[in-house]
Design a protein around this ligand. Sequence first.
Ligand code: GDP
Length: 309
Amino acid sequence: MQSIRNIAIIAHVDHGKTTLVDKIIHASKIFDAHQQFDDLILDNNDLERERGITIVSKNVSVRYKDVKINIIDTPGHADFGGEVERVLKMADGVLLLVDAFEGPMPQTRFVLGKAISLGLKPIVVVNKVDKENCRPDEVHEMVFDLMFNLDATEDQLDFVTLYGSSKHGWMSTDWQKPTDNIIPLLEAIIDVIPPAPSEEGTPQMQITSLDYSSFVGRIAIGRVKRGTLREGANMSLCKRDGSIKKVKIKELQVFEGLGKVKVEEVSAGEICAVTGIEGFDIGDTLADFENPEPLERISIDEPTMNMLF
Ligand code: GDP
């Protein structure tokens, strides 16, 4: 079975998330000549561009050294608090991207706080060290203090920091020693982030977010928690109100590059998109047909910025 790392990315707007993910995809393309990508960029959603903030959470997947890395985008803003929590629950680790001049911004504090309280292992990227007047060491201290104040555990405070320039395509553990690529970051992800556990048993997947296609309708997205989902399988949909609906999986897709590819089955640990399930809501569990066991419900409350600062 393939090894998977699920990592959520947290960044304040303009700190370089799109540029970094773009460079990660290009680097992995070089390592995996079989992959085919189109030339989209991460925030290709017009609405997002208009508002300048990431609204829709999306996944990007790359392969490095036979490991599949799912990079889960998080809303860069506490206004989407409920979504933040749901999305972070798909991850085993978090990549905090911070501008080497500006330092951590208050808007990302909420998202980072959630990640810390969910026990996710952080990796910090201090980006834009090519900029004049940047202050990477100070920013590193600021991130440490922030995590300390967010009650990070000793293990979380012992985070790996990479410094670099997404724009110029390099990452290094020492900002005064540039490398010529971002491989040190991919290495850190593989080393530091725990592999997604693959639990055996009857299938369970909590629906975390939804997508829509005019061809197939609503698409349920989530991480398979236990067992294996199979194309064409009859399943139970455990609703928030405790009722159970019988449904059938039409198609399964996993994330690959900037898009999705069709697969026949998806095992625990992997994030997938499921079509054909009628009447699902976010938070529902897709479970075994005969013996459905719902997962704990997730909060859909949306805290506001005002409550937090
Ligand atoms: P996002 O909003 O976090 O996705 O940020 P973008 O990736 O769109 O980057 C915002 C701006 O910062 C763009 O103008 C980028 O070219 C620039 N940028 C990103 N990374 C770097 C970097 O490492 N160094 C410098 N100097 N600029 C960068």
